[in-house]
Write a protein of this length. Structure first.
Lengths: 329, 285
């Protein structure tokens, strides 16, 4: 960095400046090495657990590979088979879409509702908040098992429904009722999203509601034109995360399908009648039960691309409906 | 400031509103708590009673909680879960603290790029990498053990790096500069200045990782699913019906509760750490 002042300087001054520069450069190098040393765990992990596996999985997706023998190049066969030959692929896609289409909106609505209730109770808020949040803390496997018990044909929920002379479905044994059963589980565990909405609702400036009230806005109008725009960033966040998780929906379905029946027999993935075969379940079965590693890799790349496309599409539309306070975005 | 007394009709209206709000809140609380109640009550029943239409255990069979350990190798599963959760937590803290330090408090070329790459791995669905990872772990003969679950976490975890980095950014730079003037090395600054100040964030990262590993189902199923001696509680619980050749609701619910209780204890004692971590990043791991 030769500055204007240095250009007119005498020889000894120039020499001293050169030494200083060299020192500075050496210090910068040292800093660089120190930083890389601190970064080293991640650099190794990034190479070994992300860069190489991603490249390898893309390669595998064009091969037939069962781990035991060498991968055999088959071009686009895996992808062709997926869309035209695999009888279970489209059911898996349909089930996944069904789950996302219902679970994400229902969770958002229910979370906003529960959070709104919390903002309106003055006394006892910490107690209610803890109770509403508690189910979220339960490990997913334990929660899913709990719901398998609660919703078993002779279980407490059906006894209650019969008592009220309501229809008592077979839930996880009736293909038409398995996914609604999982919706109930998803709503029970909504605490995380609810806490985010609670924080957002408490952040809405009071003056906005007062101004709206002075203008004679009804409670619905206040919600529609004040609350909703103000919490729209959190809605956006919850929808994006919900959709991403929706594509990866696995554990709940695996536990419910595989928890077995009174005979102790294991049920296959997707039981009953593939009503719980989701995209991830299908991938798991193809890759790690059937060891069609090439095909599983192809499935994973399709999943990745679809998730990316959905996220980008959501971000695109968000400009129209997400309102960021004090910013033009 | 003297307040004007509230007119009685407004007070009555407020009172009614408050009653209405609390009724809704109580109704929702019941809906959230009823599953716990049914599971607990069933865990205390005999098996015949659990299959009957009874609502109340008679007699209270507290021994179910110890019977789980006799009927299944539950101690083994519990130990496996603890091993996974504790070692994963140690690995994440050890590997992520220095990385977050380099990403937030050191000036070097490539820092922004590296941070973006960390964030991009956070977005990557794990399914994209599992096939080759599985192949790697087969080659290393790690399948059937807990190694594939634990060892990768000694090489950084995007979520934890992100959370720690966000916290480190808030610590004033002058503190580091003062230590540098005194001749402290970067490692000394990290261990003597930053880590003591970042205890809440480190606690949050440790807590999230412990809970994540304790609850994790997919990875233990994938890597240890075929070797029962390496099952964690999460995997084992889904296999109890098969192991006992039939449904034993009472023991299964007792097992599920035993699996849940450590999490709830941690939650009650560490609620504050939890809330701070959530607000720092907006998400739970």
């Amino acid at each position: 960095m030769a500055t204007v002042a240095e250009r007119g300087a005498t020889a000894p001054e120039q020499a001293r400046a050169a030494v200083r520069r060299r020192h500075r450069r050496r210090a910068a190098w040292r800093r660089q090495w120190v930083a890389l040393a601190f970064m080293s765990p991640w650099i190794i992990g990034f190479g070994a657990f992300y860069v190489y596996p991603m490249a390898a999985s893309l390669f595998f997706s064009f091969t037939r590979y069962d781990i035991l023998s060498q991968p055999e190049w088959v071009g686009l066969d895996n992808y062709k088979f997926m869309f035209t030959g695999d009888a279970l692929f489209w059911p898996a896609v349909r089930n996944t879409m069904w789950m996302i289409a219902f679970l994400v909106p229902l969770q958002v609505i229910f979370a906003i509702g529960a959070a709104t209730v919390l903002t309106r109770v003055k006394r006892g808020l910490p107690v209610y908040r803890t109770i509403f949040f508690l189910p979220t803390m339960v490990p997913l496997v334990a929660a899913a098992l709990g719901f398998v018990f609660l919703l078993n044909p002779a279980g407490p929920v059906n006894r209650l429904l019969r008592l009220l002379h309501l229809p008592d479905p077979l839930w996880f044994y009736d293909p038409a009722w398995t996914k609604p059963g999982l919706l109930l589980l998803g709503l029970w565990m909504v605490g995380q999203t609810m806490i985010l909405f609670l924080a957002a609702l408490l952040d809405v400036p009071k003056q906005l509601y007062e101004a709206a009230a002075i203008e004679g806005a009804s409670p619905w109008q206040r919600f529609r034109h004040v609350t909703l725009p103000m919490i729209s960033p959190v809605i956006f966040f919850a929808v994006v995360i919900g959709v991403i998780h929706g594509f990866q929906y696995f554990t709940e379905a695996f536990v419910v399908s595989g928890s077995g029946d009174s005979t102790g027999l294991d049920h296959p993935i997707g039981y009953p009648q593939d009503s719980l075969r989701f995209f991830s379940s299908h991938l798991y079965q193809q890759g790690f039960e059937g060891f069609h590693m090439g095909y599983a890799a192809a499935l994973s790349w399709v999943m990745f691309v679809v998730i990316m496309a959905c996220t980008i599409a959501l971000i695109r539309t968000s400009r129209r409906w997400v309102h960021y306070q004090g910013g033009f975005r | 400031m003297a307040r004007r007394p509230v007119p009685p009709e407004i007070r009555r209206r407020r009172m009614l509103m408050s009653v209405a709000n609390h009724s809704v809140a109580i109704a929702l609380s019941i809906a959230f708590l009823v599953p716990f109640a049914f599971i607990l009550v069933t865990a205390l029943m005999t098996n015949q009673q659990a299959l009957s239409t009874d609502y109340w255990p008679h007699p209270f069979k507290w021994s179910n909680f110890s019977e789980v350990f006799h009927a299944f190798p539950f101690l083994r599963y519990t130990l496996n879960s603890f091993t996974y959760a504790v070692l994963a937590t140690v690995g994440v803290v050890l590997s992520c603290v220095p990385v977050a330090y380099a990403l937030s408090r050191l000036r070097w070329r490539g820092r922004q790029t590296a941070f973006l790459l960390v964030l991009s791995t956070l977005m990557l669905p794990p399914q994209v990498t599992i096939v080759p990872l599985y192949v790697i772990f087969v080659r290393l003969h790690w399948i059937g053990s807990l190694k594939p679950l634990i060892i990768p976490l000694f090489f950084g975890d995007a979520f934890s790096i992100f959370l720690l980095r966000q916290f480190f950014m808030t610590i004033p730079q002058e503190l580091s500069d003062a230590a540098r003037v005194d001749g402290a090395s970067e490692l000394q600054i990290l261990t003597r200045v930053i880590v003591p100040l970042a205890k809440p964030a480190i606690a949050a990262v440790a807590l999230f990782q412990f809970l994540y590993s304790w609850n994790d189902f997919f990875s233990p199923l994938l890597y240890a699913g075929n070797s029962p001696e390496s099952w964690t509680l999460a995997v084992a619980l889904t296999q109890l019906t098969t192991l006992s050749r039939g449904v034993l609701w009472n023991l299964q619910m007792a097992g599920a509760l035993l699996f849940t209780i450590p999490v709830l204890i941690i939650f009650f004692f560490a609620q504050k750490v939890f809330v701070e971590g959530v607000t720092l990043t907006g998400v739970k791991g």
